[in-house]
Design a protein around this ligand. Structure first.
Ligand code: 48F
Length: 263
């Protein structure tokens, strides 16, 4: 085995795929449970999908279950999604299913990649690209290591017909858009309202009731929705994250079907 051949294999194949995914139908920011579910359902429909994840590992806040007890709870409505992924879940009491968070993240990631979505980890989204008619048309990327080291290095850009903010509690992409374009998000105030205190029942319900474009070309999923629209947080129940990922994939597919001349 030649070390230089190994190195060339890595660099060439990575670069080829990175180039291939620089113009996509959907770019998802964040590979937590909602982003991974969205990626899976989009790719399954044959929609060209890329996911950028800031951290080394995908899975976001799912690995740690609740307070590092690595179990997650899922309600009745999301049980069919667990079944689709073949994630083992046991009924704790009526309407409460418990699953292993490590198994759940592994399944979400594996099925997402196998369906055809490409995940690039260690990359942070630091801005969006915008075009005439104030439509989001892509993402501005940099290595996470660049921002961690506070290096002054210019980013690179990819083009996408739609962007999904799956960045969790911070709703980072929506905040960037609101800050840079003015308070014109599709919320009551026009900006990111901010997540409310814990109320699992309401948080889960509102999350899945709010599937719409936040701004032309921009959608949100998972906890980012609760942050954007001002709904409660819900802790270690994860059904809403999965349902929301599936829902945003369906909505994106509808928007893409209706859209024309996006470039
Ligand atoms: O936080 P996260 O798991 O979001 P989610 O999919 O799920 C929320 C639950 O984990 C939990 C909960 C359940 O009730 O409340 O918190 O909504 O995953 C978000 C991912 O986005 C990445 C971040 O590292 C994490 O893995 N991320 C955040 N900002 C960026 C980013 C960014 N600017 N660029 C790339 N990745």
């Amino acid at each position: 085995m030649d070390e230089v051949t190994i190195s060339k294999a890595i660099i060439e194949s990575y670069t080829k795929e990175f180039l291939e995914f620089m113009e996509v139908d959907v770019a998802i920011v964040g590979a937590g449970p909602s982003g991974l579910a969205a990626g899976y359902y989009l790719a399954k429909k044959g929609i060209k999908t890329v996911i950028y994840e800031r951290r080394l590992s995908v899975g976001g806040g799912m690995w740690g279950g609740g307070m590092m007890f690595n179990k997650i709870v899922v309600q009745n409505e999301a049980k069919p999604i667990l079944d689709e992924y073949r994630i083992t879940a046991t009924e704790y009491q009526e309407g409460y299913y418990v699953a292993d968070s490590v198994e759940a993240v592994s399944a979400l990631c594996y099925r997402c990649v196998k369906a055809g979505a490409r995940i690039f980890n260690l990359i942070s989204v630091e801005d969006v690209m915008i075009r005439e008619n104030d439509r989001i048309t892509g993402l501005v990327l940099n290595w996470s290591a660049v921002s961690l080291a506070n290096l002054h290095v210019d980013p690179l850009v990819i083009r996408s017909r739609l962007v999904i903010d799956a960045t969790g509690h911070d709703a980072e992409v929506c905040r960037i858009v609101s800050r840079k374009i003015g308070n014109r998000l599709q919320t009551k105030t026009g900006n990111v309202i901010g997540e409310k205190p814990m109320w699992a029942e309401v948080g889960e319900k509102e999350l899945v009731a709010e599937a719409k474009q936040v701004f032309p070309g921009l959608l949100a999923t998972g906890m980012a929705i609760n942050a954007v629209f001002g709904y409660p947080r819900m802790g270690a129940i994860f059904g809403g994250m999965l349902i929301s990922g599936k829902q945003v994939a369906e909505l994106s597919a509808d928007i893409l079907k209706k859209a024309e001349g996006w470039k």
